[in-house]
Unconditional design. Structure first.
Length: 145
């Protein structure tokens, strides 16, 4: 099973959609807390679902259980919090929510976790992918597009 991740900031729509198509993504799994912001541009939820379907024949699913809480996000982003602390809190949240039991690996096979961050280093989509890889018995290869 392969699970991919992607961010939409600091990229053009063309580059974003080409990366998804080239990777053979079947489903984009949106893990953003806020997926309707005007700042999202081409990645606003309603527009994104249409673009994915028309441009690449790719499904779109919104999974807020895989997003941080408003408080966590604000403490890290707005208050310029420590990444290590954010990571610990977010992983504890995934554990508390028992997300590994709420989703089947088949939903994520050839799926791509979407968030806004340009790279995966300091983004919760990487944490979600690594968490699921550790929790599921089925081998999961993670690739960041």
């Amino acid at each position: 099973m392969e699970l991919m991740t992607i961010g939409f900031t600091q990229t053009s729509a063309e580059h974003f959609f080409k990366r998804l198509q080239t990777a053979g993504v079947k489903r984009v799994i949106d893990v953003r807390l806020n997926n309707t912001s005007q700042l999202a541009g081409f990645a606003k939820a309603q527009d994104l679902a249409w673009f994915l379907r028309v441009i690449g024949g790719i499904d779109y699913v919104y999974e807020p259980l895989l997003a941080p809480t408003e408080d966590m996000l604000a403490a890290y982003k707005k208050e310029k919090g420590d990444w290590g602390e954010y990571e610990r809190r977010f992983l504890a949240l995934l554990e508390q929510r028992r997300v590994e039991d709420k989703f089947t690996p088949t939903l994520f096979d050839r799926g791509c976790l979407l968030c806004s961050e340009a790279t995966s280093e300091h983004c919760h989509r990487r944490l979600v992918a690594e968490y699921l890889r550790r929790k599921w018995s089925e081998p999961v290869a993670v690739r960041h597009l």
